[in-house]
Design a protein. Structure first.
Length: 110
C-alpha cells in the first residue's frame, strides 16, 4: 500500500480533493512551525508527534539529553465582550490533567 493513498491531500489541498484546510488548521500549523524554528535556533533537536490524539505536538531534545514535551496553542481572543469587561480578552489555556501528569509544556503562539 502506498503511503500517499492514506493521505486525502496527496496532491494539492483543494475543493476537488474534498480536503480543505480551515483557517484554524492553517493557523495551528504555522504556529507549530514557528515554535519548531525557535527550538532549532536554540539548539534543540525537534520531532513532531504523528498521532493526532497525542497530548503533545513536539518533542525537543537538547544536546545534554534534556527532553521537553510541548503542546503548541494559538492565542485566542474573546470576540463578544462588553465595553465594561475588565478581564483580559485573551482566552486562558491550561494543561489538561494528563498533560500535567506528563509534564507537558504549553507554548502559546500569537
Amino acid at each position: 500500500m502506498e503511503v500517499w493513498s492514506l493521505w486525502p491531500c496527496a496532491g494539492t489541498c483543494t475543493e476537488s480533493t474534498g480536503f480543505d484546510m480551515s483557517k484554524k488548521s492553517i493557523k495551528g500549523t504555522v504556529g507549530e512551525h514557528k515554535v519548531i524554528v525557535q527550538l532549532l535556533e536554540d539548539g534543540y533537536h525537534v520531532a513532531k508527534a504523528v498521532d493526532p490524539q497525542c497530548p503533545f505536538d513536539l518533542v525537543a531534545v537538547g544536546e545534554e539529553g534534556d527532553v521537553k514535551l510541548i503542546d503548541v496553542k494559538s492565542v485566542s481572543y474573546r470576540k463578544n465582550t462588553k465595553s465594561t469587561w475588565k478581564k483580559s480578552k485573551e482566552i486562558n489555556r491550561v494543561p489538561t490533567t494528563r498533560q500535567k501528569k506528563m509534564k507537558i509544556e504549553l507554548i502559546m503562539v500569537d
